[in-house]
Design a binder for this molecule. Structure first.
Ligand code: PGA
Length: 254
C-alpha cells in the first residue's frame, strides 16, 4: 500500500484530483468509482476547476457510486444522487447515461443489487475507485464484520455511522438505517484504489487499516491485499504514521 501524506485538506484534494485527471488523460473512457461524504468534496471542486480551465474532459467517462441510502429519492437533498449532482455532475460534461448510482427506492432491492453488479461488469470493471473511510474503518457502507467476499447488497448502518452522518440531516432519527452498498469484493475488483482521509478522527482507522491485522473487523484493512492501493492523507489523519515514521511531506510504501 502506498501512503501519501499531504500538508492539509486542500493539498490532499488537489493531489487526488490530479491523479484522477491523469488517469482520465491516459484513458478518456475511464470507469471511475466515486465516494460521497465530506472528504471528497474538495477533490470534486478541483476537478470542476480543471474542467472549467479546459484541462479535463469527462464526456467519455463512466462512473459508479459506492452506495445510496435506502428509501431516499434522487431528489432528496441527503440522497447521494443529489449530492453527486450538486457537488460534481451538474458542473462538468458527464453524459447522464454513463452515471451509475444504486437506486435506493427500488421496489426490489435484491434485483437492484444484482443489476448494479452486472452493470459494473458490463462496463468492463472499475479502473479507479475513490474511497473515504469511516471512523470505524468502514469503506462504502461495509461496516465492521462485513465479509471480504461481499458483493453489492443491502446493509444495516451501525450506530457510529448513523451518528457520524447525522450532521448532514436535521437529526440522527432522520438518517436512514439501511443502504445499498458495493461489497468489499466489488470494491477490491477495481484495478486501482485511492482512499482519502482528513482529520484527527480518522487517524486510528487509517493507521490500523494499513498496518494492523487484515480483518473484517476493520473493513479498510482489506486494502492491504490490493495490488494498487494508495492512501492520500492530510497530516492530521496521518498523525500516527508521523509518530512512527517522522517527516511531514512524504510518500512511502508499506
Ligand atoms: P466522511 O465519510 O468523508 O464524511 O468523513 C467517510 C465515510 O463514512 O466513508
Amino acid at each position: 500500500m502506498r501512503i501519501i501524506v499531504t500538508k492539509d485538506y486542500e493539498s490532499m484534494s488537489k493531489r487526488a484530483a490530479n491523479m484522477v485527471a491523469a488517469a482520465l488523460k491516459e484513458k478518456p473512457n475511464l470507469v471511475l468509482g466515486l465516494a460521497t461524504g465530506g472528504t471528497p468534496i474538495g477533490m470534486y471542486q478541483v476537478l470542476i476547476e480543471l474542467y472549467k480551465a479546459g484541462q479535463v474532459d469527462f464526456c467519455q467517462m463512466t462512473t459508479f457510486n459506492l452506495d445510496e441510502y435506502c428509501g431516499l429519492s434522487p431528489e432528496h437533498p441527503q440522497s447521494y444522487h443529489y449530492y453527486m449532482n450538486h457537488n460534481l455532475f451538474s458542473h462538468i460534461n458527464m453524459k447522464p447515461k454513463r452515471i451509475n448510482i444504486p437506486d435506493g427506492t427500488s421496489g426490489n432491492m435484491e434485483d437492484e443489487c444484482l443489476r448494479y453488479e452486472d452493470a459494473m461488469q458490463q462496463a468492463g470493471g472499475i479502473d479507479l475507485q475513490i474511497l473515504g473511510i469511516g471512523v470505524n474503518g468502514h469503506i462504502g457502507f461495509n461496516e465492521p464484520g462485513a465479509p471480504f467476499g461481499g458483493k453489492t447488497g443491502v446493509v444495516e448502518l451501525t450506530e457510529s455511522t448513523i451518528e457520524a452522518n447525522a450532521r448532514f440531516f436535521e437529526s440522527s432519527e432522520e438518517v436512514p438505517r439501511r443502504a445499498i452498498s458495493m461489497g468489499i469484493k466489488s470494491i477490491m475488483r477495481a484495478r486501482r484504489i485511492i482512499l482519502l482521509a482528513s482529520g484527527n478522527n480518522k487517524a486510528e482507522a487509517v493507521f490500523h487499516a494499513a498496518l494492523g491485522p487484515v480483518t473484517p473487523d476493520l473493513p479498510a484493512s482489506a486494502l492491504q491485499l490490493h495490488p494498487d492501493a494508495t492512501m492520500i492523507l492530510d497530516k492530521e489523519a496521518a498523525a500516527l504514521f508521523m509518530e512512527k515514521y517522522g517527516d511531514l511531506e512524504v510518500t512511502f510504501s508499506l
